[in-house]
Write a new protein. Structure first.
Length: 70
C-alpha cells in the first residue's frame, strides 16, 4: 500500500485507507495536484484554508522531518 505522499494519481489516492486527516480543529486532504489544509471546528464554517502544490508541500515536510532542503 502506498503512503499519501506516494499516491499521486486518482487511482492511487482512491486506494488509500483515507485521503484526509483531522487533528485539533484542522483537517488536511490531498488530491493529484495539491494538499489542502483547513481550520474548521465541527459543525462550523472554515476560518482558514490554504492549498499548496504537492511538490512544495513535500519539500516542506522533508525539511520539517529531516532538516534537509534538497
Amino acid at each position: 500500500m502506498k503512503t499519501p505522499m506516494e499516491a499521486k494519481t486518482f487511482n492511487d489516492i482512491c486506494s488509500l485507507k483515507r485521503d484526509n486527516l483531522t487533528a485539533g480543529g484542522y483537517w488536511i486532504i490531498l488530491n493529484e495536484l495539491g494538499i489542502t489544509i483547513c481550520k474548521q471546528n465541527p459543525g462550523e464554517e472554515p476560518t482558514q484554508e490554504i492549498t499548496i502544490p504537492r511538490k512544495s508541500f513535500n519539500r516542506m515536510v522533508k525539511w520539517y522531518t529531516t532538516g534537509k532542503t534538497k
